[in-house]
Design a protein around this ligand. Sequence first.
Ligand code: OSB
Ligand code: MG
Length: 374
Amino acid sequence: MRIDGIILRELQMPLVRPFETSFGVTRNRRILLAEVRSEGLTGWGECTAGEKPFFSGESTDTAWQVIVNDLGPMLAAAENVEHGGECPKIFRLVRGNRMAKAALENAIWDLEAQREGVSLSRLLGGVRDRIPCGVSLGIQATIPDLMAIIEKELEAGYQRIKLKCKPGWDVEVFERVRHKWPGILLSCDANSAYRLHDAERLRSFDQFDLMMIEQPLWHDDFYYHSMLQRQLHTPICLDESIHNRRDALAAIEMGSCRIINIKLGRVGGFSEAIAVHNAAMERGVPVWCGGMLEAGLGRAHNIALASLENFSLPGDVSASARYFADDIIEPEVTVTSKGEIDIPNIPGRGYEVRADLVERLTVRKETIRAFAMA
Ligand code: OSB
Ligand code: MG
């Protein structure tokens, strides 16, 4: 494929309701979209970096810079990129910056699916026709507020409820929720809000029969999670700690977790996401697809990824309308009354980009040119 042009945009999209985690509140998303043009087709990639470098070291602004200054020019200068899987090699000199890399790599896979006339799901090796869906519910002002939201999401059909938690928004909340809904699939996500001296508190979570506790300890840790896992019946699921296949293998071998959350941006794109998925599958560790409050393009890519065999647990990929009044894809993502998303079975990503809306939401835009590598 000849690369004819790369355009990077920033869109501003308000969330329909604020999303609060142990590290802060998000009200307005700043979404970066990479658009790669090649031989009459356009591939799109969405950057999942947050507005602030709180979930990981990347932010909307760092990703913008590294795409414009480094990754974009490297991709534009590459000759004959045939597959998305070639991107890690093209970007090899740049360390880290995985969410920025993923935006470009995923745009090439998106393009490749169109060029080959296959669905993105099948290009990736997906085997499912539909994926099971859960929801991730932010910290609320009061427990009754949370209860009302859970009730609504269960009525909509979602198969699993994940509660964001932190010290002070945990045991009491789980008690109330379990009392009202003894049988639902329930999990929690601490986003690194606990320390080893909280081990006793974390052990008390066992009484709530949670499917998992996501990332209780430090964002960059395996060792102390392995110590903690030995003291818990509830499986630990790692999110922030896992950046690649080696991390997944280390965590599995050390017993740091029994479940892995795979996020496309966090691992640097589809190639590494597939590698993490395969490593976990070979060792009997189930995975699920995480979310980063994505707009439609990131969501469409998550859906294709979650069609791989070992994505056997309900993920955090849910309906567009839970996040945005107006999503940038057509059709928007919807969830059936059984809490499933149907995998599009047409060539490409299966959702069209609403070019007029993208243009209206764009607050900055830059065309990226090739540079000659020294
Ligand atoms: O840890 O999974 C997380 C959102 C932003 C940053 C981190 C996380 C999340 C979510 C939301 O849990 C998942 C979603 O609904 O997109
Ligand atoms: Mg998480």
